[in-house]
Design a binder for this molecule. Structure first.
Ligand SMILES: Cc1cc2nc3c(=O)[nH]c(=O)nc-3n(C[C@H](O)[C@H](O)[C@H](O)COP(=O)(O)OP(=O)(O)OC[C@H]3O[C@@H](n4cnc5c(N)ncnc54)[C@H](O)[C@@H]3O)c2cc1C
Length: 372
């Protein structure tokens, strides 16, 4: 049995970020990852550059290309385009990005066991005993970062994730405009399509945000959008943030997709995965230093730094996806909205700020002399 300070299940962005920050603090941490590494991960690969604030190394080697222009369409027409006034958005290949992050964690002192699938978890005598196909591991603390289909969430006693469907396909060939991202509304019922460039092609993605859809419909919508009847499309689950919940149990926390953190309006999941990995590491480090409240406080911290804003995203999604055509016309198509959405995608604006601005605009209309 191998013993350490903290076991991390899953080596995606959430697990990699947690491993890096715990190892950097000098803790003995072991990452258990079931895949042959590096593994591919179905994903659009768009990441807000704001994540760089949480790390003290340069992510440049892991970035395939960057985007400084965004195009929105309604059923591939009624186009509106905006230049990002923010730092360019990163486009990554997830096998490269995740492997790069994990390399930084290893360099900081983390141990990584790939091809090691966690099977069961048990807590006794203040210790987590974790059974895998490669033997047993134990630690006083556990970070469950095993993604949307992981085993840890259920075994830790949490409710099942609320799952919706997303799809992705790789378009080969150098994109016509490698610094442009495209979003389309109206083709996908209750969802949207987004196309993110990469140095050698593009990732074409679709997500259902509200309601249900069949896998076959997602495949059909992406093929129609790309005008490629034989396009190879992968359909996978995605867990959008669905309300405030505890993300901790006895000496254990959930991070990333296992915690159901993806943005319920735009399906952005990598930034919250990284953020929760950072915050999970802070909580475990504090607990190891003797703070008995630290693990429970993690749930509150995540609600404050992410959940509160996702509650606004959820409200906006509820309105937008109920009447998407009107939402596109009166919302997305407005030049100011395009700018605000771009700032959100780049992590430079919170949804709550949009609500504040809209409220201020309404007040100004009702009370033209600025009363309030
Ligand atoms: C089609 C699609 C497109 C997307 N596009 C974007 C996008 O453009 N931008 C964005 O920000 N987000 C996007 N997302 C969301 C994003 O991919 C996820 O939110 C993000 O990968 C979550 O990271 P994670 O570390 O929590 O989980 P993951 O990256 O899924 O990592 C979990 C890891 O745990 C491992 N694991 C699972 N079970 C076990 C086990 N039993 N034992 C050991 N290891 C285990 C897995 O092998 C995996 O490596 C997209 C999602 C989908 C489905």
């Amino acid at each position: 049995m191998q013993n350490c300070d903290c076991l991390i299940i899953g080596a995606g962005p959430a697990g990699g970020a947690a491993a890096y920050h715990l190892a950097k603090r000098g803790h003995n941490v072991v990452v258990l990852e079931k895949s042959v590494w590096p593994r591919t991960r179905p994903c659009g690969g768009g990441i807000s550059p704001a994540v760089s604030e949480w790390f003290d190394f340069d992510f440049t080697p892991a970035i395939s290309t960057t985007v400084n222009e965004v195009v929105f369409t309604w059923q591939q027409g009624d186009r509106v385009q905006a230049n990002l006034t923010t730092e360019p958005m990163w486009m990554v290949k997830r096998d490269v990005f995740d492997a790069f992050l994990l390399e930084q964690a290893i360099a900081a002192g983390a141990q990584v066991q790939t091809e090691t699938e966690v099977q069961t978890l048990q807590f006794s005598d203040c210790t987590w005993q974790v059974q895998t196909n490669q033997g047993d591991f134990s630690a006083p603390y556990l970070i469950a970062a095993d993604g949307v289909n992981g085993v840890a969430r259920q075994q830790l006693g949490f409710n099942p994730l609320q799952i919706t469907l997303a799809a992705t396909a790789h378009l080969s060939g150098v994109p016509a405009n490698p610094s442009q991202a495209a979003f389309d509304f109206g083709i996908v019922k209750n969802g949207f399509i987004w196309q993110f460039p990469q140095a050698d092609g593009a990732m074409l993605n679709a997500a259902i945000i509200k309601g249900k859809a069949k896998e076959a419909d997602l495949v059909k919508w992406l093929r129609n959008y790309a005008n490629q009847p034989d396009l190879v499309v992968q359909v996978v689950a995605i867990a959008l943030w669905s309300g405030q919940q505890d993300l901790h149990s006895q000496n254990a926390v959930l991070a990333g997709d296992a915690a159901g953190l993806a943005d319920p309006l735009l399906a952005e999941g990598t930034r919250p995965a990284l953020l929760s990995g950072v915050k999970a590491a802070e909580a475990v480090a504090a607990a190891l230093a003797g703070n008995e409240e630290a693990i429970a406080q993690y749930s509150q911290v995540m609600q404050a730094v992410w959940g509160d804003d996702m509650a606004w995203a959820q409200r906006l999604a509820g309105i937008f996806y109920q009447f998407p055509k009107i939402g596109y016309k009166v919302g997305v198509k407005q030049p100011v909205a395009v700018k605000l959405l771009s700032q959100i995608l780049c992590g430079q604006l919170k949804y709550s700020a949009i609500i504040d601005r809209a409220t201020a605009a309404v007040k100004k209309k009702i009370l033209p002399f600025g009363g309030g």
